[in-house]
Design a protein around this ligand. Structure first.
Ligand code: ADP
Ligand code: TYD
Length: 207
């Protein structure tokens, strides 16, 4: 079945402003009279939110990268079945704060090269890519400072440190070239309004 809606994902390092911009874009599209579903990963359905607590809390070495690939993909499958596919089938715009590109980066790159395993499991169990992926690119030190200022218990990945954030930034930019057709890169190191305007323009061009 071909989804009739539109699927937009946001990617970028921790603290790059994804959640902030997801909310602003949703407000903007709703003001135009569009039906929008805002969701996030890991999470976005009751079962996937339970898995979220398992993967984002606790010691840095709580799970191996391989186990994480399985947990994130399990959460994504539930999210897809219960939230994303029904919304797309109903013609809605789904805006998702992170999706499979985050697994390609965080599990595929952070502790050795597991990109092949991530992609194989994605093909087998998910098989859906966003129509548009907005990559908010910014300096990792500034992003980490913003993220750390939030003070939550979900800091497992932030605790991997600045080195990981540097690698993730470079990895995301490489991914944007690999999937150039669906990716748009936005400079996130500016004020909230300037970033939001660029995102609105990019989305308008695609919708
Ligand atoms: P992410 O979801 O990518 O981790 P958030 O949207 O939660 O990022 O933003 C992280 C923190 O930085 C929040 O406290 C948010 O208010 C702040 N923030 C977001 N965008 C900007 C911006 N353009 N300039 C300064 N601070 C920002
Ligand atoms: P998120 O709540 O988006 O954190 P932030 O707002 O700080 O960007 O995501 C939490 C963490 O989960 C983030 O550090 C990245 C990680 N993550 C993965 O490692 N793999 C994944 O597939 C996803 C979706 C997230």
């Amino acid at each position: 079945m071909t989804p009739q809606g539109r699927f937009i994902s946001f990617e970028g390092i921790d603290g790059s402003g994804k959640s902030t911009q997801v909310a602003l874009l949703a407000d903007h599209l709703r003001a135009q009279g569009r039906e929008v579903v805002v969701t996030r990963e890991p999470g976005g359905s009751p079962g996937a939110e339970e898995i979220r607590a398992l993967v984002l809390q606790g010691a840095v070495d709580r799970w191996s990268a391989e186990t994480e690939i399985l947990l994130f993909t399990a959460a994504r499958r539930d999210h897809l079945e219960r939230t994303i596919r029904p919304a797309l089938a109903a013609g809605k715009i789904v805006i998702c704060d992170r999706f499979a590109d985050s697994t390609r980066m965080y599990q595929g790159l952070s502790r050795g090269d597991l990109r092949g395993a991530v992609d194989a499991l994605h093909t087998l169990m998910i098989g859906l890519e966003p129509d548009l992926t907005i990559l908010i690119d910014m300096d990792p030190a500034a992003g980490l400072a913003r993220a750390k200022a939030r003070q939550t218990v979900e800091e497992r990945f932030e605790d991997f440190g600045a080195g990981l954030q540097e690698a993730m930034r470079a990895g995301f930019l490489a991914l944007a070239q690999e999937f150039a057709q669906r990716f748009r890169v936005i400079d996130g190191g500016r004020g909230v309004d300037a970033v939001a305007k660029d995102i609105r323009d990019v989305v308008a061009a695609v919708l």
